[in-house]
Write a protein that binds this ligand. Structure first.
Ligand code: KIV
Length: 281
């Protein structure tokens, strides 16, 4: 299995094959995703909520993100790894964006994701790509702009709104973005945008017409249960599996059934005798 690249993403779109992406924040999850031959892994800033228990994505810093990016990079050898640039880690200046994006790459990411589209984001995208850092753009519902968007609202609901998102996507494409995440859009809007772009779109809550899909792994495997957006399908129920396992463990500890002799190490007879231990434990 060869390492996936931005070329893999473009080829999949051109061949009308779908791109499957998921999030991962740790080494062992990344290994599973890689074994399943997932095309791309996003170390999303959603980890602020899913792994760290914050209410939104605002509190995660670039230095914290790097710990998770490097863990995922050690676990995933073939999937294409995207590091999510957290809130305010790229908005202050081009230099700040370049410096923090380079830290992502040095920690093992193959690309970075940046939310939104304005003159600064377009210039930064161009500079990053020129510097050898692929950029995954992110339009529609952009969680880092939650306060200015007024909450988790479906985007692109009118002709004008769809045209505005398409215009932004085209500008990001021209600036060099290799793909664009479309979050929380009516399926028809996302499909229209996808059909009018050369680069792939990766949908989340944006219907089947995107070039690919991304969702939060902990959501689709039923591990994160604080809330479940409409677009999430549960492919497994890890919460219940874990709860059952942990309850069994706790009961067996209390009932002296765990650990058994098989799960323990034994002192040799001589040493036991010296310690005055007769028989087993
Ligand atoms: O942070 C995240 O996980 C994302 C999504 C696109 C899944 O941005």
């Amino acid at each position: 299995m060869a390492k996936k690249t931005i070329t893999t993403f473009q080829k999949l779109k051109d061949n009308k094959e779908k791109i499957a992406m998921l999030t991962a924040y740790d080494y062992s999850t990344a290994k599973v995703l890689d074994e399943a031959e997932i095309d791309g892994i996003l170390v999303g800033d959603s980890l602020a909520m899913v792994a760290l228990g914050y209410e939104n994505t605002y509190n995660i810093t670039i230095d914290e993100m790097l710990i998770f990016v490097s863990a995922v990079a050690r676990g995933a050898k073939n999937s294409f790894i995207v590091g999510d640039m957290p809130f305010m880690s790229y908005n202050l200046s081009i230099e700040q964006g370049l410096e923090n994006a380079s830290k992502m790459i040095k920690s093992g990411a193959n690309a970075v994701k940046i939310e939104g589209c304005n003159e600064h984001i377009l210039s930064l995208t161009k500079r990053l790509v020129e510097s050898g850092i692929p950029v995954l753009a992110h339009l529609g519902l952009t969680p880092q702009l939650l306060n200015t968007l007024g909450g988790y609202k479906i985007q692109g609901k009118t002709f004008e709104a769809v045209e505005a998102i398409l215009e932004s996507a085209k500008k990001l494409q021209d600036a060099g973005a290799f793909a664009v995440v479309l979050e929380l859009l009516p399926a028809e809007s996302a499909e229209y945008i996808t059909n009018n772009l050369d680069i792939p779109t990766i949908g989340i809550g944006a219907g089947v017409g995107c070039s690919g899909q991304i969702v939060v792994t902990d959501d689709i495997l039923g591990k994160f249960t604080d809330f479940a957006p409409k677009f999430v399908r549960k492919f497994a129920n890890l919460h219940d599996i874990m709860l059952d396992g942990v309850r069994k463990y706790s009961k067996e500890v209390k009932d002296l059934e765990f650990p058994s002799k098989k799960e323990s190490f034994e002192l040799n007879e001589n040493e036991k005798e010296k310690l005055g231990i007769i028989g087993g434990n």
